[in-house]
Design a binder for this molecule. Structure first.
Ligand code: TTP
Ligand code: MN
Ligand code: MN
Ligand code: MN
Length: 371
């Protein structure tokens, strides 16, 4: 080869949807630190620096190699001065003093604890913190605090649902829901989505899409499914949100906005005997079951590809898909639709591949979306 020809170096895109990110993370020491910083900024409602650290972590997660010196990060996008300073500390001392300071901070620790309860977000956590509450017993002993249904279940099943869900447990739940949904309609469509579709070994919940090939029938499907799970005696908690879907609306600009499909946030009872692989931790404690968080979303069949893409995640992958669509293609993407602002028209899709193709993106497999 010609010695003057520069070796082509594969450049890393600033968009997660142009990177392949498997569950293997070669830079966990850095990304764990960035996640603490991002969360701390989130608790302080500083969205800018929070997103900056999430982006930086996401870039490092996509690398097939471990960063061993700061020089190696020179050509990487999304790493600002602050990120690099933290990395330098970790490279030099094996830890970041800034991160350690946050981890030992009372406010951070308390908000982290409170928001680990199902149904408690940063707003509620903050409110409780400002009232001087510091522990679960403080909250439960405070008579003026009203817990909503979700939070009550969150405390009731705290031990179980804060324990990771395994792939085998996710599969068992898939079988149970598959059976239940086919009692209602023989042509039901059930798809695993969320982290387990991305190939994760563990998750905080299990996410499914349920629908039917018949447009309009999906509305009653979710309520019937909930009734069925209730009859089976495995429904420990259910918050159902009816559909507010309106196709005449343009895709949302705001990522964090929830979608408008019918959905429910559940806690289900899973028997150990239903899980392939036998004995589990809880059984040793004399229990034969555990509680598991399950999310079900029920889009109309003509929105299936958008819902599947939106619910497969990761959250960072979804953020960057929308940002890429808007910034690079003048298109609006959300969980319902893709709208071309130049042509002023909606772009139809029956598969995820159709959506990537409309966006002029190379297809990224679900297990490569762990951004
Ligand atoms: P999560 O279940 O929160 O996250 P995850 O499955 O990636 O990881 P884990 O459960 O193991 O912590 O969300 C899955 C995807 O669903 C995520 O990309 C965001 C999306 N989602 C929506 O699009 N709309 C919603 O209303 C909710 C609750 C989630
Ligand atoms: Mn999930
Ligand atoms: Mn999650
Ligand atoms: Mn979920």
């Amino acid at each position: 080869a010609d010695a003057t020809t520069p070796t082509p170096v594969a450049t890393v895109s600033q968009y997660a949807c142009q990177r392949q990110t498997t569950t293997e993370n070669n830079n966990k020491i850095f990304t764990d630190a960035f996640e603490v910083l991002a969360e701390s900024y989130e608790f302080n409602e500083m969205e800018g620096p929070c997103l900056a650290f999430r982006r930086a972590a996401s870039v490092l997660k996509s690398l097939p190699w471990a960063v061993q010196c700061l020089g190696a990060t020179e050509d990487l996008p999304c790493l600002g001065e602050h990120s690099k300073a933290v990395m330098e500390e970790i490279l030099q001392y094996g830890r970041s003093f800034e991160v350690e300071k946050i981890l030992s901070d009372e406010r951070y620790q308390t908000l982290k604890l409170f928001t680990s309860v199902f149904g408690v977000g940063p707003k509620t956590g903050e409110k409780w913190y400002r009232r001087g509450l510091r522990s679960f017993s403080d909250i439960l002993a405070e008579p003026s605090i009203h817990l909503n249904r979700m939070q009550q279940s969150g405390f009731l099943h705290y031990g179980d649902i804060s324990r990771a869900v395994s792939k085998a447990e996710a599969q068992a739940l898939g079988n149970i829901i598959d059976e239940a949904v086919h009692v209602i309609t023989t042509d039901a469509i059930l798809a695993l989505t969320g982290g387990f579709r991305r190939g994760k070994e563990f998750g905080h919940d299990v996410d499914f899409i349920v629908t039917t090939p018949e447009l309009g029938k999906e509305g009653h499907l979710l309520t019937s499914l909930i009734d069925q799970l209730e009859q089976e005696g495995i429904l420990l908690f259910c918050e159902h949100q009816a559909s507010t879907f309106d196709m005449s609306k343009l895709p949302s600009h705001r990522f964090e906005a929830m979608d408008h499909f019918a959905k429910c946030f559940l806690i289900l009872r899973l028997e150990n005997s239903q899980v392939v692989g036998g004995l589990h931790d809880a059984e040793e404690g004399g229990r034969s079951w555990r509680a598991v968080r399950v999310d079900l979303v029920s889009p109309p069949i003509d929105r299936y590809a958008f819902a599947l893409l939106g619910w497969t995640g990761s959250r960072q992958f979804e953020r960057d898909l929308r940002r890429f669509a808007r910034m690079e293609r003048r298109m609006l993407l959300d969980n319902h639709a893709l709208f071309d602002k130049t042509k002023k028209e909606f772009l139809a899709a029956t598969t995820e591949k159709d959506i990537f193709a409309h966006l002029g993106l190379e297809y990224i497999e679900p297990w490569q979306r762990n951004a």
